[in-house]
Write a protein that binds this ligand. Structure first.
Ligand SMILES: [Zn+2]
Length: 239
């Protein structure tokens, strides 16, 4: 059964389907890279969609084609290391999603939901400092509204170092995790996937350094008696 579920020919009908909705390439690894690898190990087809291009706002208004290509290449490499089944790139403006109609973001999410029919969706936390993260959170919650035709049974919100913990009290919901995924067996792959994003990583003690990501994984693990974990806030689950 397990080996059958991993076969590309049968995964569509037998494997669990999971969708990760991330704003920028690297958010998926920082937020739930260990979980992606573990779910893939367990036979799930994990699909990743990036909504913003991840490049545009850093300098010129239009994304530099060369930089964009490099970032996408890095994302493909990172997602391959984690064992993701598919990677899709959106092209909404980076760090400017507040200039896009929420409906346009919702449509992108709904299209992907319709294509891969996930039972589990992982996305950004509502209280993040980054405007794209907040907008995507709202879009995903709306796209996953629990109607009869909805495939999504569980909705989880992840934390992204250098955004979630950089919010200040009163300006956004605090991140209070109540769902943990043990990533003791996949932390090494999370870190290897982060290496693919070398240009996005920073030196310790920046939260987006390999050391900080490791410390966080260890602390989230220690919180629940595991060697390493990723923490989430449960949005909704339907049993
Ligand atoms: Zn981001």
């Amino acid at each position: 059964m397990a080996s059958k579920a991993r076969s590309p020919n049968t995964s569509k009908s037998t494997a669990r389907s999971v969708l990760v909705v991330a704003a920028h390439p690297d958010d998926e690894v920082l937020g739930c890279g260990g979980a992606i690898a573990r779910l893939a190990d367990e036979g799930a087809a994990v699909h990743v969609i990036f909504i913003a291009d991840g490049v545009g706002a850093r300098g010129t208004a239009r994304p530099d084609a060369k930089v964009l290509k490099l970032r996408r290449k890095a994302a493909q490499k990172a997602c391959a290391i984690l064992g993701a089944a598919s990677v899709i790139f959106g092209d909404l403006p980076d760090n400017r999603l507040d200039t896009v109609a929420l409906l346009d973001v919702i449509k992108q999410v709904e299209n992907r939901l319709g294509a891969v029919k996930p039972d589990l969706v992982l996305t950004h936390h509502a209280g993040d400092l980054n405007i794209d993260h907040r907008k995507i959170h709202d879009a995903v919650v709306t796209a996953c509204r629990p109607q009869k035709s909805q495939s999504v049974r569980t909705l989880l919100f992840f934390e992204v170092p250098s955004s979630t913990e950089w919010q200040v009290p009163g300006a956004g919901q605090p991140f209070e995790p109540n769902w943990f995924i043990d990533i003791s067996t996949t932390l090494d792959r999370k870190l290897a996937a982060l290496e693919a994003y070398g240009m996005e990583m920073r030196a310790w003690p920046h939260p987006r350094s390999v050391e900080a990501v490791t410390h966080l994984a260890r602390w989230r693990g220690a919180t629940v008696g595991a060697d390493a974990a990723e923490a989430f806030v449960l949005g909704r689950t339907i049993a």
